[in-house]
Design a protein around this ligand. Structure first.
Ligand SMILES: Cc1cc2nc3c(=O)[nH]c(=O)nc-3n(C[C@H](O)[C@H](O)[C@H](O)COP(=O)(O)OP(=O)(O)OC[C@H]3O[C@@H](n4cnc5c(N)ncnc54)[C@H](O)[C@@H]3O)c2cc1C
Length: 431
């Protein structure tokens, strides 16, 4: 198991730190390069500062990537249970909230602290404020040569690229991982923001700014339903946000990039059965029709939604419901179940939690080694794998970091990927 493989990890985010401690554990001599002043900065902002580090409700449907089977094999090697064991083994108490895993203290800094202590314990050499700008492989020497932003050169026998994505960074930052990979001949799948707000050019959306409400949302791409989600939707001055929107934003982002027509249909009464809803509306009309429309809708949805819907229906808030008539009222109420919002853009990588796209999985094996250059590995978001909200992206960072680190150190995970059983269903496991 001991290898003393001289291994460089480029990028000290969640996946890079995991790769570094794992490679060191399996005997490699590890150097971890970080462009920033500190390691693991992004971890601190995860889960609103609480760090949702994994999820027991794991399933492959939570992930997007070009090769689900390959990804599935990798999650067999290092599953959410392995994530829990790993963190517990380095001193982190974990809290399980309906399957969502958090540090017990609900402080993301606790996750980073135990990881930093582990880097120290495993004697990983950490070099901060050093961005790697160039990388080349010399087959005759079987060596990689790295160059940093101060022109210094380093040689290694293994390299792990774990540079993350442009998500949540300043415009133009966060591309070096893809550039280094492309320099080795790797195909980079188009990178778009995932888990991001969507922008709309509809003027009525501005009128809803600040509204938060439960809704069912359908994503339509070229008029066909592409995704459906339920939950708390938030309206902003530029468009719509909230977890349900985040969940399908990457589909919208790709469709927008391809110039397709993208719309979101909002149902503000997601829990109402159609027939009962119509019946209830009729009763309401019979008893409230003498009220002005504004008063008529008071007590239903958020006031801003009501006013916007009255306007959208071409009516006036001050007119009596009975003057509008039952059919118009029924149409207005039905409109609340089917508000069509044109989407004009995604809210950019700078505001995203993750980016979709990246290094094509086709060109790496289940050990996360490059199919083009032996000894070159990848981990984390730089790869073309992205997950939904709920701890799935950090799970990928831990899984891929573990696999890349262990294999780079010379201890293969291939057999585990092929033979290990799937995780037991949640209800069969005590935790
Ligand atoms: C606000 C926010 C909240 C989130 N919340 C959650 C959550 O609760 N749960 C969840 O699962 N996921 C969450 N995510 C997503 C999750 O944080 C990422 O998917 C994960 O951190 C990706 O890890 P990574 O190691 O691949 O990349 P990163 O964490 O981005 O790390 C890459 C590192 O590489 C460094 N680097 C880049 N290029 C170079 C270079 N050339 N040389 C040296 N260093 C370099 C960067 O400075 C960075 O430190 C959230 C993301 C954001 C932005």
């Amino acid at each position: 198991m001991k290898s003393k493989m001289k291994t460089a990890v480029i990028g000290a985010g969640a996946s890079g730190i995991m790769a570094a401690v794992t490679a060191a554990k399996y005997g490699a001599e590890v150097t971890l390069f970080e462009r920033d002043q500190r390691v693991g900065k992004k971890i601190l902002s995860t889960g609103n500062g609480k760090c949702n580090l994994g999820n027991l409700n794991f399933s492959m449907e939570q992930y997007y990537c070009g090769d689900q089977e390959k990804l599935h094999k990798m999650f067999r090697v290092f599953s959410v249970w392995d994530t829990m064991s790993f963190f517990e083994s380095i001193g982190l108490m974990i809290k399980n909230k309906n399957g969502y895993l958090y540090p017990y203290s609900e402080q993301a800094s606790a996750v980073l602290d135990v990881l930093r202590m582990e880097l120290e314990r495993m004697k990983v050499e950490v070099i901060t404020q050093t961005g790697i700008t160039g990388a080349a492989y010399h087959p005759e020497r079987e060596e990689f040569e790295l160059q940093d932003d101060c022109g210094r050169n380093y040689t290694f026998s293994r390299v792990i690229i774990a540079c993350g994505s442009p998500a949540s960074l300043k415009k133009g930052e966060g591309m070096t991982g893809y550039e280094l990979a492309a320099g080795f001949g790797h195909e980079i799948r188009p990178v778009v923001p995932g888990l991001v707000q969507l922008e709309s050019d509809e003027s009525f959306v501005k009128a809803l700014a600040g509204v938060r409400c439960q809704a069912a949302v359908r994503l339509l791409v070229d008029r066909k339903e592409a995704a459906f989600e339920k939950g708390e939707v938030q309206f902003t001055a530029y468009g719509i946000s909230g977890i349900p929107v985040f969940q399908f934003s990457r589909i919208a982002a790709y469709a927008l990039k391809e110039g397709k027509d993208v719309r979101v249909l909002v149902d503000f009464f997601p829990d109402q059965e159609d027939k009962a809803f119509r019946y209830m509306n009729r009763l309401r009309y019979e008893s409230q029709m003498d009220k002005t429309l504004e008063a008529y809708l008071t007590g239903t949805l958020h006031k801003k939604i009501n006013m916007m819907m009255i306007k959208q229906a071409g009516l006036k808030p001050g007119m009596k419901a009975k003057d509008a008539g039952w059919h118009k009222i029924a149409e207005l109420m039905q409109g609340c179940r089917n508000l069509s919002i044109h989407i004009s853009g995604d809210h950019a990588a700078q505001n995203a939690q993750v980016c979709a796209g990246g290094v094509d999985l086709e060109q790496v094996d289940t050990e996360l080694e490059s199919a083009l250059v032996k000894g070159l590995y990848f981990a984390g978001e730089v790869l073309d794998v992205d997950g939904k909200c709920g701890g799935y992206n950090l799970q990928w960072a831990w899984t891929s970091g573990y696999i890349a680190g262990r294999n780079a150190a010379g201890s293969s995970t291939r057999e585990i990927a092929e033979t290990k059983e799937d995780m037991p269903p949640k209800d069969q496991v005590e935790c």
